[in-house]
Design a binder for this molecule. Sequence first.
Ligand SMILES: [Zn+2]
Length: 207
Amino acid sequence: MNTPTNAMKPPLLFLTALCAISAACADDKTPNNAKTDKKMDSNKPEVVKTDAEWMKKLTPEQYRVTRMKGTERSNGPEYEKFNAQGEGTYYCVCCGAELFTSKEKFHSGCGWPSFYDQSKAKNVKETVDADGMRIEVTCKRCDAHLGHVFDKEGFPTPTNRRFCINGVAMQFVPKGGQAPKLEEVTSASVQKKKGDVAREAGVDLKK
Ligand SMILES: [Zn+2]
């Protein structure tokens, strides 16, 4: 991991502004507006579960954040854990896909885990929010909500991007540890069936 240095810390005023932006994600109840994203059909998640299945697999907080687009509180226990973690890999808590590594971790001072780049772009999807203001970050395999990405904030990282990620959405495995089991790809017919069940329950899986 990149050791935070004083040189990396942005000025206080700047930080305050950043945190205001991040706090805006705290009440993220952006209405699902899947109809505006026609590309989604060719890009839909491989792992599809009903709400009941996700609830069974996840803790209530994991479910709230990843499946309901919630946001964990800033500077909470997940952030403390994140700051204490050393070298390793971060996986999607829902499906086990690799998302980030500690190499891209940096100290933004904002109260949520921050990364400047995704290790495997194929597992991290970026979608502009319905209001066009922010870019939501989700797991490409299972559509878990992870957080948001902010560009050009002036952080001295190679990308000048900040992936602001909920710690509860990720499973950390220290270097040399065993990666979590990947949730199997849901077959097309089951995906369709579960999509129908979800639609009947008023949930649109194609968000
Ligand atoms: Zn996932």
